[in-house]
Design a protein around this ligand. Structure first.
Ligand code: DC
Length: 663
């Protein structure tokens, strides 16, 4: 199980250079392959979807040379696919599957097209029906209307030669059917008209198709939205050099980050995010996402090949928008809605149901985990963010093997810490997404303080947190709570699986220095010698540590956090800008503990305390998982001769120094 934990982000600022557009890359690859002559494609997107298309073209005998740095040379086959019999695996790449189906159906060979299981749930019947009107021989190998497909040599019909053929295709399920058909039609060499039945959705994607066909020498005559005519003897000709502009859908995440801007006005002054590679001159419909953000109140600036979004002083406001023209970028809008005042209603998005996953259902479920109220309709979503007084809940977000779910939900980290499950699915269209995200999204600060038992780190940490107005995490309390919950439930302290299950579901409230377990105050019970000793045993179990990891990271919220424990610097917050190892010699710590007990009126044996403390140190230091140790980048704070005030003052001085260096 892979995951990515994101702390709450507090401001977005900077500039991102976008990777090449997926829609343009895959169309350009196919057109270059079908064209006469050699094409050099620059800034081609490197991603799973484009890799599927490249593999398929190679399998079909098309020569493609990787010239490095996103540049590819494609040797066109002038409409004659060299390999006449092949089996192609196209993963979950819808653009590749639909367009190759159309091209191969008209290419006079014998081909099998398959994909991942989800691809077999994505409809293709409307395209097959259209191709059959041209004599294509296509057989469903599984469920009728869905991949996988077997395609055999076409049997062209004779009728309609003079005035040209007319093919009907449905346009209201996926615009990729029309795109595939249009891209393939020049292979017939005949004048053909395409009549779209039903209202054409996602029209801007068809515009990209027509624009690229024109760049490769084929002009389609278009009568409104419903009819497209290809001339007789149309053929693709390589344009020589071809530059792929930046991906407008990928731009949406960064523009939204800029529009969300800053939490609690932290660093708001020069917040804002600029994307390079796509702008007013773009041929991609998703650039119009910027208009949607502007309607929500964001400030948008735009040049020919760049855009910039920044947050309005008054915050974003909810809108109602028909998103048929920006189906992919509209997902970003759904998550941006978490940051808007009032409801956001995203309409006319039925196509979401047949994408990488049922995106309407997935979006509703995951936004709900964060505390948003979501109404889900057959073709719309209505999102009401959590009330201002109730911050979004930290949550584990599932991504459904859908790259856009993974990218969209990274934005929600401005509302709350998150765990994104299987974040690597971004590789479908944007493998480097999270590296770019980290360049512009800035997390709430965290100070990690580790040290052995009775070193005074708890007191110092809590005071530093209070002085800075930060949250405070006493991570040891979570191990103690697990031990206590185990005791209450009669679970053995060696039973790793049962302890981990308890740790994962602890019902804990920390409030004003008190700790409640299942609604009962346990602040004192946690500190008993029996629980202290049990906590140290429980903490040595890897499954328990794993179960408590996200619970600890969920404290990493705005405006900042001080976390104390044994592995704050090494495991829980390895990116903390300030790490401190706070310690004192064993006799000094034993002496402090002994005095504490005396003050509480408890009789205590100094030697026994020292022996117990050394045993616990030993266990914490030598355990195989997350042992207690000073990280190489942690500062040492030895409190043998320091009182609490001096230790707190030292931590605060280091914090000011760290912040000044970072600025
Ligand atoms: O800090 P403390 O004494 O409350 O910690 C209780 C136990 O939990 C202690 O034996 C060490 C363990 N612990 C840990 O392993 N990792 C942490 N981050 C915090 C505490």
């Amino acid at each position: 199980m892979t995951f990515l934990d994101l702390p709450q982000m507090i401001f977005a600022r900077g500039s991102v250079c976008l990777p090449g557009s997926k829609s343009i890359s895959n169309r350009a690859l196919l057109l270059a392959a079908l064209a006469e002559g050699v094409s050099e494609i620059e800034n081609l997107l490197a991603s799973d979807d484009t890799a599927r298309m490249q593999e398929a073209l190679r399998t079909l005998g098309v020569e493609a040379d990787d010239l490095g740095a996103g540049k590819w040379r494609i040797h066109g086959c002038a409409g004659q696919i060299p390999v006449r019999r092949a089996e192609l695996f196209l993963g979950n790449a819808g653009t590749a599957f639909r367009s190759l189906t159309a091209v191969l159906a008209l290419a006079d060979g014998d081909y099998t097209l398959t994909g991942v299981p989800r691809m077999q749930e994505r409809p293709i019947g409307d395209l097959v029906d259209a191709l059959r009107q041209l004599g294509a021989q296509i057989e469903y190998l599984g469920r009728a209307g869905y991949p996988p497909l077997r395609i055999r040599k076409r049997v062209p019909s004779k009728e309609g030669q003079q005035g040209g053929k007319v093919v009907r295709v449905r346009g209201d399920v996926s615009s990729q059917f029309l795109t595939g058909l249009l891209l393939a039609l020049p292979l017939t060499g005949e004048k053909t008209s395409v009549e779209v039945t039903g209202t054409l959705i996602s029209r801007p994607y068809v515009d990209i198709t027509l624009e690229l066909m024109a760049r490769f020498g084929v002009s389609v005559e278009r009568q409104g939205e419903q009819s497209f005519t290809l001339p007789a003897a149309a053929r693709y000709v390589a344009p020589g050099a071809f530059y792929v502009e930046g991906d407008a859908s990928s731009a949406s995440y960064f523009l939204a980050l800029g529009a969300i801007g800053a939490v609690d006005s932290v660093g708001a002054a020069d917040a804002g995010v600029r994307v390079e590679g796509v702008g007013g001159k773009s041929i991609q419909g998703d650039v119009r996402f910027a208009e949607a953000l502007a309607e929500m109140g964001a400030t948008i600036e735009m040049g020919e090949h760049w855009m910039r979004a920044s947050a309005p002083a008054a915050g974003l406001r909810g809108i109602t928008l028909d998103c048929n023209h920006i189906p992919d970028a509209a997902m970003t809008l759904a998550v941006a809605a978490l940051f808007a005042k009032g409801r956001t209603r995203i309409e006319n998005i039925a196509s979401w149901r047949v994408k990488e996953t049922d995106r309407i259902a997935a979006m509703a479920r995951e936004l709900g985990k964060l505390g948003a109220r979501v109404e889900e309709g057959e073709d719309y979503l209505c999102i009401t963010p959590p009330d201002a007084g109730h911050p979004a809940r930290a949550a584990m977000i599932d991504t459904y093997d859908d790259h856009r779910m993974s990218m969209c939900f990274s934005l929600a980290s401005f509302a709350t810490p998150l765990r994104i499950q299987h974040p690597e699915c971004v590789a479908k269209t944007f493998p480097e997404y999270f590296r770019h995200f980290a360049l512009v999204a800035h997390p709430a600060p965290v100070i990690a303080i580790d040290g052995p038992t009775a070193s005074g780190k708890g007191t110092v940490s809590a005071r530093v947190a209070a002085a800075l107005g930060f949250h405070y995490l006493d991570s040891g309390a979570l191990y103690r709570l697990t031990a206590l919950a185990a005791q209450d439930a009669g679970v053995d302290w060696q039973d790793e699986a049962a302890l981990a299950a308890l740790a994962a579901t602890l019902d804990v409230t920390f409030s004003a220095g008190r700790v409640l377990l299942n609604g009962r105050e346990v602040s004192d019970a946690l500190r008993s010698e029996a629980i202290s000793s049990a906590a140290s045993q429980v903490a040595a179990l890897p499954a328990v540590r794993a179960a408590l990891l996200f619970r600890q990271r969920a404290f990493h919220r705005a405006p900042g956090l001080v976390g104390d424990g044994r592995d704050m610097a090494s495991v829980v917050f390895p990116a903390a800008p300030l790490k401190i190892f706070l310690t004192a010699s064993a006799p000094v710590r034993a002496e402090r503990r002994w005095r504490q007990l005396l003050e509480k009126g408890q009789d205590a044996d100094r030697e026994a305390i020292l022996a117990d403390l050394k045993a616990r140190d030993e266990r914490d230091r030598t355990r195989p998982v997350a042992p207690l140790r000073q990280e190489t980048d942690a500062r040492l704070l030895d409190t043998d001769t320091l009182d609490i005030e001096s230790a707190v003052a030292q931590v605060l001085a280091w914090w000011r120094e760290t912040r000044n260096v970072k600025k």
